[in-house]
Design a binder for this molecule. Sequence first.
Ligand SMILES: NC(=O)c1ccc[n+]([C@@H]2O[C@H](COP(=O)([O-])OP(=O)(O)OC[C@H]3O[C@@H](n4cnc5c(N)ncnc54)[C@H](OP(=O)(O)O)[C@@H]3O)[C@@H](O)[C@H]2O)c1
Length: 322
Amino acid sequence: MSTQRNILLLGGSGFIGTRLAFALANRGWRVTVPSRRPHRHRALLVHPGIRLLEGNITDADKLRELCAGQQAVINLVGILHERRKGDFRRYHVEFIKAVVDACGEAGIRRLLHVSALGADQATGSSLYLRSKGEGENLLHTFGQRELQVTSFQPSVVFGKQDNFVNQFAGILRWYAGLFPLACPDSKLQPVYVGDLVEKIVTAIDDPDSHSKRYQVCGPEVFTLRQILELIIDTLHLPVRVLPLGKGLSRLQAVVLQILPGKLFTMDNYRSLQTDNVCKDCEPCETSLRQYLPGLAAMFGNKRHYDQFRKNYPSIDGTEDHS
Ligand SMILES: NC(=O)c1ccc[n+]([C@@H]2O[C@H](COP(=O)([O-])OP(=O)(O)OC[C@H]3O[C@@H](n4cnc5c(N)ncnc54)[C@H](OP(=O)(O)O)[C@@H]3O)[C@@H](O)[C@H]2O)c1
């Protein structure tokens, strides 16, 4: 009889989910990843332990169907801005209720959930943080009796294909002169995606993690301005940060949120009003400073790339954790 266990990754085609899918499959789990657009995530199929399916998981019948036969579920579905009013509630709160119900019907006993640092239903500074907090509370209130739940609250996550360092690097390399930066003094404690993934994978079979909510941070606190300056230095770009005060930061958010792509919204601005740093948690190992030299390979010019290759053996933790 096969001892292979099945796990469903909701949001498994995203930045963190993809890394998690490979890490789980490498440890022998049979991983199912549903996606609305599976053709964009075919790279997952290189691992025979990963099954990529088409489907909208916000459809309750589809969710029930996906949960059948699974031993555990990990939920990573999350959005940073609303396309339609009410999306934060829909994806961060109501969807969690649907997942808990589907787990109950399928007899699943283990549910792990990726929330966000600063998530707080009552005091979160943005709709994003309050809705994440509400979803987490709901999970930990209703998911108790038969379902063992664990939540992770990461600070901003970096790694190949993140929407943070790579997004800034992608914009800055086309820039010259002064770069106007909103909320330059906001504090963040970036965590490496491989470290977060390791924590999640380890927790699945750890009974001590049941009912717990873990903050997950990297080893160093940076201001947003320091992070941008590190990126600029690493890539030797002809750019200087122009720090914006509160009024201009808000104005930038108001303008950018109506442009396609919504690079920065008023809700993002409000999230950045709370320092995104951990209290009382053991920080993860990998620093942003270790990761940044690898950016030269993706965004730098040929000279920086050659330099990076020459130094590569001495640079640890740039994308090789799982
Ligand atoms: N990245 C960070 O820095 C960070 C920091 C703190 C917390 N988090 C939390 O960690 C979780 C994963 O983050 P991530 O950066 O990996 O996210 P991501 O790359 O944006 O991936 C989001 C995933 O959700 C899925 N999804 C399903 N239905 C969706 C819908 N209706 N709208 C949007 N997405 C939908 C997407 O699948 P398809 O598009 O394939 O269907 C995708 O796989 C999120 O809950 C996020 O809030 C992330």
